[in-house]
Design a protein around this ligand. Sequence first.
Ligand SMILES: C[S@@+](CC[C@H](N)C(=O)[O-])C[C@H]1O[C@@H](n2cnc3c(N)ncnc32)[C@H](O)[C@@H]1O
Length: 267
Amino acid sequence: MEEVAHFTEGEFYQVHFDSRAYIDNFYFCPRGHEEENFLSFVLACLSRTFSTGKYKGQRLIEVGNGPTIHSIISACEYFQEIVLSDFGDNNRKEIVKWLKNEEGCFDWNPIIQHVCAIEGKRPFDVEVNLRQRVKQVLKCDVRLENPFHPHNIDPAECVITSLCLEAACKDLETYRKALRGVATLVRPGGILVMVGVLGQTFYYVNEKRFSCLILSKPNIESILENLGFTIHEFNILPAQDRKKIVSDFQAVFHLVALKSATYTCDG
Ligand SMILES: C[S@@+](CC[C@H](N)C(=O)[O-])C[C@H]1O[C@@H](n2cnc3c(N)ncnc32)[C@H](O)[C@@H]1O
């Protein structure tokens, strides 16, 4: 397998990230990749967060969704308009293809059906809702102070990001700045829902190796608290013993953090 000496940033994704191979490998069934085995944990966490209806509002933004829509399945009923975003052109194209139900688009039905079975919903209704409520699929770069530069996007009641920041940020300072940019997209009183990996240095999509910033729970907690967030839940699934061929994460996390209603970001 190919080794890469430098940290693989957005430009590397733009050229080398095979969107279709990524979803084929990691999202073809609710268990996810057989070596990683954490997708059903993530789907269950997202379902618990949103299915009570406690978090709702006008807008939801997902930052760095790649070619995936799984993170918004449970949430879509509770937000009128959804903005998806990613750095990679191919990722955004793959999403648009699914939204338009074009021939050859990825089959998200096994994942949607799994979530619907947990929540007692009809997959058809959820699929229609998803396709209707995603209003924009935008380019973003989490390394920028405004991830949507040169566009200004109104802050949302809910921002989701999954497995993006640790893939996009080469060091902890870049991660802190990126989280600060993502935090500006959350309205005061709104929530940030984050899914990520702890202790990971790499993952593979087919033969391509992608870097990952090693994160720990205290790193993330202290950055979020400094940004005026209160962490409501921080769920962790430790990795099982495995060969570490596809990735070397030590744990997967899901967190929900509430942005203070009075916080002003001047730091
Ligand atoms: C591991 S994938 C995660 C995709 C998806 N969110 C998920 O949960 O499976 C990492 C994603 O981060 C995106 N990415 C990398 N650098 C980025 C940047 N600077 N800004 C925004 N997204 C970036 C990649 O294009 C890719 O879609």
